[in-house]
Design a protein around this ligand. Structure first.
Ligand SMILES: [Zn+2]
Ligand SMILES: [Zn+2]
Length: 192
């Protein structure tokens, strides 16, 4: 059993000892901010939630309790989420995304899915390249050797810009993003 903390005594040059507000660890004599820090300094760290030894310093809860806490947090978040009727569209089950309810049940027809899902919105994202990036690149490379006249322009630049804008407009991809609403999917009748 580790020794209990003790009050740190200041011994000024006058010789009289003054009790300070600080505590020191009874084992290693390290001076700590308060009694609790001094007490736990050389002792095994115990989990705040279950009291089990953590085996590492500077952690308040053990791994198991951390998982438990996270699960509780997720459950509470789920409970708070507004529920709406399912009206088609992509869904998320906390693990993966599905195109729609059919896709969801197809994946789970033998599994233990309960139909509780989060609804998703479809978002159109573009690439981080613009017609300007391409034109700047071409201008830099192709007009490099054309004296310092910065009014120099590539032939057909305007036509190219129009074509590039059209090209980049169609270079998008769709992503599914949960929208903070949940729904309950009915299991289809006569499913396998
Ligand atoms: Zn110590
Ligand atoms: Zn614990």
């Amino acid at each position: 059993m580790a020794k209990l903390p003790y009050r740190v005594h200041l011994v000024p040059v006058t010789g009289a000892s003054i009790e300070s507000n600080s505590w020191a660890c009874g084992e290693c004599q390290r001076v700590c901010w308060d009694y609790n820090h001094a007490f736990s300094c050389c002792r095994p760290t115990l989990c705040n939630m279950c009291g089990k030894e953590i085996g590492r310093k500077h952690y308040l809860v053990c791994d198991e309790c951390l998982v438990k806490k996270e699960n509780e947090r997720q459950e509470a978040a789920w409970d708070r989420m507004p529920e709406v009727p399912y009206d088609g569209g992509p869904v998320y089950d906390g693990d993966r995304y599905f195109q729609n309810d059919e896709d969801y049940w197809e994946h789970y027809y033998e599994g233990d899915a309960d139909g509780r899902v989060e609804l998703c919105d479809e978002k159109k994202l573009g690439y981080h390249v613009t017609p300007d990036n391409v034109l700047d690149y071409l201008n830099e490379r192709m007009l490099e050797d054309v004296d310092d006249d910065d009014t120099a322009k590539l032939d057909g630049e305007e036509e190219l810009r129009v074509a590039l804008e059209k090209f980049f407009d169609s270079q998008t991809y769709m992503v599914w993003v949960t929208n903070g609403k949940k729904a309950f999917l009915e299991k289809p009748e006569g499913g396998e």
